[in-house]
Design a protein. Structure first.
Length: 91
């Protein structure tokens, strides 16, 4: 039987930890808002060509690409990739 586990580098918060984490975020958010900062929410994936624009080959090796099974079977290049930082959406 396989034991449930999370991948390395992935944070999993169970209810007690999630409540504490959310309280911490609420305190931080309220302090930022006092000084006029506004929230920004961006998608976790980007179009591959946008994400890799002006990047070297090293960046391409660090990206997780998303591709439908049908596109993969047809040998198409992935059109989407998981964003690895906030540089692209905030640029």
């Amino acid at each position: 039987m396989i034991k449930p586990r999370t991948p390395p580098g992935v944070l999993e918060l169970l209810p007690r930890e999630q409540i504490a984490f959310q309280r911490l975020l609420d305190v931080i958010r309220s302090q930022f808002e006092r000084f006029g900062f506004l929230p920004v929410e961006t998608p976790v994936m980007e179009l591959t060509d946008v994400l890799l624009t002006k990047s070297g080959g090293e960046t391409e090796r660090q990206v997780y690409f998303l591709q439908s099974t049908g596109a993969m079977e047809q040998g198409k290049t992935p059109e989407m990739a998981l964003r690895f930082d906030l540089t692209v959406p905030l640029a």
